[in-house]
Design a binder for this molecule. Structure first.
Ligand code: NAD
Length: 424
C-alpha cells in the first residue's frame, strides 16, 4: 500500500500514519526496498461476523485484524469498537503501534483490531455475544506469540475477560495458560493499574515537559477532549498536582466550570449516567470550544483527526499531549510547529498503556504478581526516561518531538530487521 492508494481511500488515521512514516524514512535515508518491508502490514484481515442474538435475530458485523509488524516481537494493540471503524483505520493504528512499542522499548510489534458497531447501543449480553463471536472469528490471528489484543475505544477489561474465557472454553485450556490478551481484570492475571496506565502515562510526559519549560503545575489550565478511560484518568491525575481542568467533553457534549471542574465528581457522574452533561456546578459549552479553550495544556483523548488545518490556528495551549491516537492531521501538525506549540506525539504520550501491558505479559508468562506500587514506579520511570530520550534527540538534531519519536521508533525497527537478517 502506498500513500497514493490510501489517499484514494481518504482515511484520516492511515494518511496520518503514512505521512509520518514517509517523513521519517526520508530523514533516515531508508531505501525503497527496506521501506516497503517495514511499511507493508504482515496481515490485513476483514472478518464477517454473524452472531445470533438472544432474541433470535442474526446480525451482520464487520471486524478487522491487522498485524502490521512483528520484527521486535508479537503484535500488540487494542480492539476498537466504534460504528465507523474501517480496515484502513485499523491499519493506520497498527502501524502506530509498531512505532509506539519500539519507542517505549518493549519487545512487541504493532497490531490492532476493529469491530464496527456502536457499543453504546448494546446491552451487556449482546456486547458479550459480539465479543465472543469476534474471538472465534479472529482466533487464528490471536495468540501470546502472534497478536495480543487489549482494550481501545469502546472496549474494556470485561471484554478482555470474555475473550480470554472464550479461548479457554473452546480449547479446554486453563484461564492462566498463556497471555492471549492484556488489560484483563486482575482476578484473571491482569496487572493492577493497567486501566489507568495510559492516562497516567500521558501525565508523566506532561510533567516532564512542564519541568523543561519551568511551568508550575499549581493552577496549570488543562482542557481535555474525550472523557473516557484515557481522558478521565489523565484529568484526575493532573488535577491531583494542582492543575485546573477548565473544559472537558465526551461524545454527548462538553462542560466547563469557572474555577475548574471537580473531575473526580465528574468521572463518577459519567460512570453513573453515561454522559458528561448535567453535573451540578458545571456549565454546558459548545464541544468545539474544548480544543480552543484558553489553556496551557490541551489533551485530545477522544479520536483521530480532531486538530485540523481549520482549527490549529485557534489552539491556545502551549503543550498538546496526544492521549488519543492520531488526533492531529499532518497539516495541523505543521501549523502547530510553526506557532511553537509543543506537541507530545501519540507514539510517546499514550504509550503507558502498552508499557503496562508488557508488565502484564511478563507477569503472566512468569506466573508472578506485581504490586500496584511496582507498576506505577516502573511506568513513571519508563515514561520519563523515554520522554527525555525523545526530547534530547529532538534538541540534538533540531527535530520536533514527533519527528524525533518517529526517528527513534522507526530506526529501532530497522535495526531489528537488519540484525535478524534479510533472508526469510
Ligand atoms: P473510551 O471509549 O474509554 O473513551 C473515548 C471517549 O471519547 C469517550 O468519552 C467518548 O464519549 C469520547 N468521544 C468520542 N468521540 C468524541 C468526539 N468526537 N468528541 C469528544 N469526545 C468524543 O476510549 P479510550 O480507551 O479512553 O481511548 C481514547 C483514545 O485514546 C483513543 O484514540 C484510543 O485509541 C487512545 N488510546 C487508548 C489506550 C488505552 O489504553 N485505552 C491506549 C493508547 C491510546
Amino acid at each position: 500500500m502506498n500513500q497514493q492508494e490510501s489517499q484514494k481511500v481518504g482515511n484520516g488515521i492511515l494518511q496520518t500514519a503514512l505521512h509520518n512514516f514517509d517523513e521519517a524514512a526520508r530523514r533516515l535515508n531508508l531505501d525503497e526496498g527496506l521501506k516497503g518491508k517495514i511499511l507493508e502490514p504482515k496481515e490485513r484481515i476483514e472478518l464477517s461476523l454473524s452472531p445470533t442474538l438472544s432474541n433470535g435475530q442474526v446480525t451482520n458485523i464487520k471486524a478487522f485484524v491487522v498485524r502490521h509488524n512483528d520484527v521486535l516481537g508479537p503484535a500488540k494493540g487494542g480492539i476498537r469498537m466504534t460504528p465507523d471503524v474501517t480496515l484502513d483505520d485499523v491499519t493506520g493504528l497498527a502501524m502506530e503501534m509498531t512505532w509506539k512499542t519500539s519507542v517505549i522499548g518493549v519487545p512487541f510489534g504493532g497490531g490492532k483490531s476493529g469491530i464496527r458497531i456502536d457499543p453504546s447501543t448494546l446491552s451487556p449480553e449482546v456486547k458479550e455475544t459480539i465479543v465472543r463471536s469476534f474471538t472465534r472469528g479472529a482466533r487464528r490471528h490471536i495468540g501470546p506469540e502472534i497478536y495480543v489484543p487489549a482494550p481501545d475505544m469502546g472496549t474494556n477489561e470485561l471484554d478482555m475477560a470474555r475473550i480470554r474465557d472464550c479461548i479457554s472454553y473452546s480449547e479446554a485450556i486453563s484461564i492462566t495458560d498463556g497471555c492471549y490478551v492484556t488489560g484483563k481484570p486482575v482476578i484473571f492475571g491482569g496487572v493492577a493499574g493497567r486501566r489507568e496506565a495510559t492516562g497516567k502515562g500521558v501525565i508523566h510526559t506532561v510533567l516532564a515537559m512542564c519541568k523543561k519549560l519551568d511551568m508550575p503545575l499549581e493552577g496549570l489550565r488543562v482542557a481535555v477532549q474525550g472523557f473516557g478511560n484515557v481522558g478521565s484518568v489523565a484529568a484526575c491525575d493532573i488535577a491531583g498536582y494542582g492543575a485546573k481542568i477548565v473544559a472537558a467533553s465526551d461524545i454527548t457534549g462538553a462542560v466547563a466550570a469557572p474555577d475548574g471542574l471537580d473531575v473526580v465528581a465528574l468521572a463518577k457522574h459519567v460512570e453513573e449516567t453515561g454522559s458528561i452533561l448535567g453535573l451540578a456546578g458545571t456549565k454546558e459549552i459548545d464541544p468545539g470550544q474544548v480544543l480552543e479553550a484558553e489553556c496551557d495544556v490541551l489533551i485530545p483523548a477522544a479520536t483521530q483527526s480532531q486538530i485540523t488545518r481549520e482549527n490549529a490556528d485557534r489552539i491556545t495551549a502551549r503543550i498538546v499531549a496526544e492521549g488519543a491516537n492520531a488526533p492531529t492531521t499532518p497539516e495541523a501538525d505543521e501549523i502547530l510547529n510553526q506557532r511553537g506549540v509543543l506537541v507530545i506525539p501519540d507514539i510517546l504520550c499514550n504509550a503507558g498503556g502498552v508499557f503496562v501491558s508488557y508488565l502484564e505479559y511478563t507477569q503472566e508468562t512468569q506466573r508472578e504478581q506485581m504490586t500496584i506500587e511496582a507498576v506505577e514506579r516502573r511506568l513513571a520511570e519508563r515514561m520519563t526516561q523515554r520522554f527525555h530520550d525523545v526530547y534530547d534527540l529532538g534538541q540534538r538534531e533540531g527535530l520536533s518531538l514527533r519527528d524525533a519519536a518517529m526517528n527513534l521508533g522507526v530506526s529501532r525497527v530497522v535495526e531489528g530487521v537488519l540484525t535478524r537478517g534479510l533472508l526469510p
